[in-house]
Ligand binder design. Structure first.
Ligand SMILES: Nc1ncnc2c1ncn2[C@@H]1O[C@H](COP(=O)(O)OP(=O)(O)OP(=O)(O)O)[C@@H](O)[C@H]1O
Ligand SMILES: [Mg+2]
Length: 362
């Protein structure tokens, strides 16, 4: 496996703020890595360090095996698109895309073909003579992408590249960027605070909090196996249950909630009997049933609210310990006027494997 970008214990401080705190990451060739986290967690600063716009206080940055801490941006072989993608307004689309090629001294005769190739990749063939002001927001964004990839850089850096677009267009561009990336196979690091964007685009996601990378994994690993409450809350919705480990053997970890109800989880290394522990259950892993349906995990409660959203319905169940949110697919046709079931007793049921152990304290 060739590593295209390697960050080794990279730290960046701005006065008292540690914007990036000992971040180590390997990005293999061809991978799309998302840096995901809330505002201010250090995503942009990390990307700017890779780009060479910021110098780290500690640690090293390698691109294709070469330490680049002292190499200026224009010699790092990068393509970049930032949220304010700032096309040159007085230049045609063609000249915008050709800019990087000319800067690099690509022979004149090769420029039109390379520009056309890049334009075709972003599906803008035929628009080269227009000016940026004559394009839609999505088209301008594609020009910015074409401009970034036309030089065939080793690494593509994207900082919230779709932030300026409305939701529909953003979703469409996400799918297109993914397809483009698969076609070109270019190693990509992109920054987003949008979990769905990360899940759609990334091969792996690095979740950041307070300048640190707190978990790295495939979208499935991050969603299905979050290691902390922060990650489970940031990606998707979680029901968090707090309790005490009452027994743990090879078969199951049993947790007692404050009410005395018990839930079971797949055993993991770490938690011991008597530890306080947090577990999470995803809303779509819970089934609602009028009676305890024989599942290992069953919490009885009262149906407190129902939100019908067309494709899915969210139900809120007040149990003795917490309010659970449950998401169910609306598979069967529903009568137009279903009787309001609020207030009735229901049972929230889920499998042992769907109880995610987050953290424990002795
Ligand atoms: N040039 C700077 N001078 C001082 N502080 C800075 C500078 N750039 C960033 N910071 C601080 O470093 C921290 C990380 O900022 P950064 O821009 O990397 O966050 P981010 O994760 O990209 O956030 P957002 O999602 O809002 O773009 C923040 O606390 C920010 O205020
Ligand atoms: Mg940012």
């Amino acid at each position: 496996m060739t590593v295209d970008v390697r960050l080794a214990a990279v730290t960046k401080r701005f006065g008292a703020v540690t914007a990036v705190d000992a971040v180590s990451l390997d990005v293999p060739q061809g991978e799309v890595l998302a840096l995901l986290g809330p505002s201010g967690c250090g995503k942009t600063t990390t990307l700017r360090i890779v780009a060479g716009f910021e110098a780290p206080d500690d640690g090293t940055v390698e691109i294709r095996g070469r330490v680049v801490n002292d190499v200026p941006t224009y010699r790092r072989n990068l393509g970049m698109v930032f949220q304010q993608y700032a096309l040159f307004p007085h230049m045609s689309v063609f000249d915008n895309v050709a800019f990087g090629l000319r800067m690099r001294g690509v022979p004149r005769g090769d420029v039109p073909r390379l520009v056309e190739e890049a334009m075709a990749l972003v599906r803008l063939t035929g628009l080269s003579e227009r000016f940026p002001s004559q394009l839609s927001g999505g088209q301008q964004q594609r020009v910015a992408l074409a401009r970034a990839i036309v030089t065939k850089p080793a690494v593509l850096l994207l900082d919230e590249p779709l932030g300026a677009l409305d939701k529909k267009l953003r979703e469409q561009m996400q799918v297109e960027i993914r397809a483009l990336q698969r076609q070109v196979g270019i190693t990509t690091i992109f920054v987003t605070h949008d979990q769905e964007e990360a899940l759609t685009l990334a091969d792996r996601i690095a979740v950041m909090e307070h300048g640190r990378v707190i978990q790295v994994g495939t979208p499935t690993e991050i969603y299905e196996r979050p290691r902390s409450r922060f990650v489970s809350d940031f990606i998707g919705v979680s029901n968090i249950l707090e309790g005490k480990v009452v027994s743990g053997d090879a078969a199951a970890l049993v947790i007692e909630l404050p009410s005395g109800s018990r839930v079971s989880a797949t055993p993991v290394a770490g938690p011991a009997t008597g530890d306080r522990i947090e577990v999470a259950v995803r809303p779509e892993k819970i089934r609602l049933s009028d009676t305890a349906d024989g599942s290992v995990n069953v919490l009885a409660g009262t149906l407190a609210n129902v939100v019908y959203l067309g494709a899915v319905t969210y139900s809120y169940i007040q149990t003795a310990d917490t309010r659970l949110v449950v998401m169910e697919q609306n598979r069967a046709p529903r009568p137009a006027s279903a009787p309001s079931p609020i207030g009735r007793t229901v049972h929230a049921c889920w499998d042992v494997a769907s109880t995610l152990v987050l953290s424990s304290r002795p």
